[in-house]
Design a protein around this ligand. Sequence first.
Ligand SMILES: Nc1nc2c(ncn2[C@@H]2O[C@H](COP(=O)(O)OP(=O)(O)OP(=O)(O)O)[C@@H](O)[C@H]2O)c(=O)[nH]1
Ligand SMILES: [Mg+2]
Length: 422
Amino acid sequence: MALYETEEKQERALLVCLDTGEYDAESSLAELSELVKSAGADPAFTLAQKRPAPDTATCVGSGMAQEVAELCRKEELDLVIFDRELSPTQIRNLEKLCSIRVIDRTMLILDIFALRAQSREGKLQVELAQLKYLLPRLTGQGTALSRLGAGIGTRGPGETKLETDRRHIRRRINSLREQLKGVEAARSEINRRRKKDGTITVALVGYTNAGKSTLMNQLTQAGVLAEDKLFATLDPTARALKLPCGKTVMLIDTVGLLRRLPHHLVEAFKSTLEQAATADIILNVCDASSEEAGEHLAVTNELLQELGSADRPVIPVLNKWDAVEDRTLAVRVQGAVRISALTGEGVEELLKAVEENLPQKTFEVELLLPFAKSGLAARLREEGAVLSEEYVEEGLRITARVDERLYAPVQEFDQREKSGVL
Ligand SMILES: Nc1nc2c(ncn2[C@@H]2O[C@H](COP(=O)(O)OP(=O)(O)OP(=O)(O)O)[C@@H](O)[C@H]2O)c(=O)[nH]1
Ligand SMILES: [Mg+2]
C-alpha cells in the first residue's frame, strides 16, 4: 500500500544541498531523496554547492540562489527542499525569490512523521514537534500564509491543519504538553507494573527500513513462539514473545532512526526512545545489504548511549542477510547475529543470543550466617549486592540482593524463608 494516497498530483521538488564539510553531504542528500519519495513527492532535481558556511540571507550564495529560482520557474517545480535547517529569514528570502514553497530537512521529516503517526501518543508528539518548530518561524504574514494549504511541510496530525496564529499555537503547545504528560504517566505505570511483574523487555531499534517490524512479525506470528497478551491493547507496539527456553519476554518495536535526526523530533519522542534504550536487552537492527550498515549501527548506538542505554546488552542484528553481498561486515561487527527477517533464516540463533543475555532474576534475602561460614559472606560481597551487615551474637546478620545461582548455597540461612515471609 502506498504511504501517501491523495488525489493531488505528485509534487515535484528541487533538492538543495550546501556542503560545508560538516557531514557527508552525498549520503545525506541520498537520504533526503529517499525521504522526499516517502513523503509522496518526486525528487526531480538536485543542486549542490560547496561553501565554508551558509549565507545568512539565502543559505546558498546569492548566485546559486538565483540559479535555484530559475530552475524552479523553468521546470515549473512545486517546492524546494534544503538539506539543512533554514532560519526564518532564509525561508522568507528564498520563498520570495522562488515564488514557491521552501522547506528544510526537519520540516520534511516532521511531515513524514505526521503522515505515519498512528497512536494517540505519536500524534501528540508529532504535532508538538511541528508547532515548536513552526512558532519561531512565523515571522511575518508572508511566511505564515504560505504555510496554509496542502502539500509537504503543511500537514499536521492533530487538528485539521496547522495553526498559524501565534497565540493559538502557544495555547495548543501547552495543551499538547498536558495531554502528553497524561499519556506518559499511563505508560510509566505500565512500565512500573512490568518491572514489578518481572517482565523482561527486549527492544527493536535501528534505522528506518532496517526491517524491525518485519522481524517483530516474524518472531511473534510464528505461532509456537508468540502469543498476544495483556499489554497488546495498552501498547500496540509491544507483543509477548515466548523464547525456546520457555521464558516469555515483551518485544517492543520502535520508531525508526535517521542520520541527523532533528533534535525537535528526538525531544518529542524522547520518552518512547528512552523506553527502548532502557529495555533489558536491545536489538540494534540494521539492513546489512546497505553499504552504510556499519555506520547505521554506530549512529543508533550513539543515540542509545545518549538516552541512557549504558550497561545494557546491545545485540547487533545484521538483517536482510539474504540480500547481502559484502559479507565482511559480519567480521567487523563484534557479537553480531545474521538473520533474514523475511525468510526466518538465523532467527533461532538470534533467540539464543537473547536467552544468553537474559537478566538474572534477583531478590532480597535476610541471612544469619554462622561465623564458620565467612567464606559465604565474602562471596555475597563479591557477587551479590550487600545492603546491610551487622555482627550479632550468633554470627553475621546480612541482607543482600542475590540471583538464583547465589541463592542456592545460602538458602538454609535465610531468615525470612524460615519465618514464612518469602
Ligand atoms: N530482502 C529482505 N528484505 C527485508 C528483510 N526484512 C525486511 N525487509 C524489507 O525491508 C523493508 C522495511 O521493512 P520494515 O520491517 O518496515 O522496516 P522497519 O525497520 O520497521 O522500518 P521503520 O518502521 O520505518 O523504522 C520492507 O520492504 C521489508 O519487506 C529481509 O530480511 N530481507
Ligand atoms: Mg517499523
